[in-house]
Design a protein around this ligand. Structure first.
Ligand code: 5AD
Length: 357
């Protein structure tokens, strides 16, 4: 019996193929809006296929160290923004960060992600010392996520040995961006992203899904922007509402759209590194991670912030804390990757074609 392919199935396949060659907003929007379960499944299957073809079966682990929750910004959606009430502020010393990184390296991590609020105490010099201290531990990659800085500081961080930089643009809707990030603008953000690439970083961006006032059209614009900027890493997760900034979308819708955005990012950008985000696991504790890994993701970012600080880095309520026992979490990931026929990478997980000079 011949397996007939209907005209509409052929049309969906044509759209998926076109997304990998010449992405268009209309095709992206099509997959963000379709209500046909079969079409969504076709998108996920294509994302999984492209993932295997372009980045293989390895899962890369990035150890995150959240080293300061002081922040000069007041982003409406963020639980550590300057004026968010009741936050206990902490700041690790440069030595403490290097020690935490050394502990992560001992556990086998080859990428350290150093993340903080925009904290002026961490001057160019302090960040450079932190980076150099960690690079001296061995062949490990250092990713910085410390916000908007002047280009000469980015250059200094790179010269100190930092390999990668994360700076999410959060939304490509300029008006929404300005509303949610007082005193900031999208144009500056994108200038920073371009500057980071120019300096030589493997550069990552990302968005939140379900921000108040966000539209599916703007999400399509976000994916087009990742492609246009040739981002090396893209982290997208659902918006988790914080006090004073309610979402208009249900949990189900935010979760569903997060998966679709992940899969579309894979199909459009091909060989980028795409994490299964903590925010997604916060919405769906049980199987979001396994599903994300089968819908385009190839990265997991375990939290290795020292335990005494971890609960204070609450950028949103109930931020998932299953990783409290870092060894047990590692074992859990090994078993998950085995179940999925994947493997945990022992390498640094640079983007393909990246030379580690
Ligand atoms: N819900 C989900 N993600 C959030 N982030 C910040 N606030 C929230 C929230 N309420 C994300 C942003 C930021 C990253 C560190 O965490 O994308 O870049």
């Amino acid at each position: 019996m011949v397996n007939r392919i209907s005209t509409s199935e052929r049309e969906v396949m044509r759209r998926l193929a076109r997304l990998g060659i010449r992405p268009q907003r209309g095709d992206i929007l099509y997959f963000l809006t379709t209500r046909e379960p079969g079409e969504v499944e076709a998108l996920y299957a294509e994302a999984d296929r492209v993932r295997r073809e372009c980045v293989g079966d390895e899962i890369h682990l990035r150890a995150i160290i959240e080293f300061s929750n002081h922040c000069r910004r007041d982003c409406r959606y963020c639980g550590i923004r300057r004026n968010f009430p009741g936050v206990t502020r902490y700041r690790m010393s440069v030595g403490e960060v290097v020690d935490a990184a050394a502990a992560a390296v001992d556990l086998g991590y080859r990428t350290l992600v150093l993340q903080s609020g925009e904290d002026g105490w961490f001057t160019r010099d302090r960040i450079c010392r932190m980076v150099a201290g960690i690079k001296a531990l061995g062949d490990v990659a250092v990713t910085l996520a410390v916000g908007e800085r002047p280009v000469d500081e980015y250059r200094a961080f790179f010269n100190a040995g930092a390999d990668r930089y994360l700076l999410k643009h959060e939304t490509s809707d300029a008006e929404l961006y300005a509303r949610l990030n007082p005193g900031m603008n999208l144009e500056t953000r994108i200038k920073c992203l371009r500057a980071l690439k120019d300096v030589g970083f493997q550069t990552g961006s990302g968005i939140m899904i379900g921000l108040p006032g966000q539209t599916l059209e703007s999400l399509a614009g976000d994916i087009m922007l990742f492609h246009e900027l040739d981002m090396d890493m893209i982290g997208c997760g659902p918006y988790i509402p914080v006090a004073g900034c309610p979402t208009e979308w249900s949990e189900r819708k935010r979760e569903e759209l997060s998966f679709r955005v992940l899969a579309l990012n894979r199909v459009v950008t091909r060989d980028t590194h795409l994490p299964s985000t903590t925010a997604l696991s916060t919405l769906n504790e049980n199987d979001a991670r396994a599903l994300a890994l089968q819908r385009g993701a190839n990265v997991i970012m375990p939290n290795l912030t020292p335990e005494r600080y971890r609960r204070f880095y609450e950028i949103y309520p109930s931020k998932k804390r299953i990783e409290v026992d870092t060894r047990a979490f590692r074992a859990e990931l090994e078993s998950l990757s085995f179940q999925l026929g994947r493997s945990i990478s022992m390498g640094r997980g640079d983007r393909a074609g990246w030379t580690n000079a």
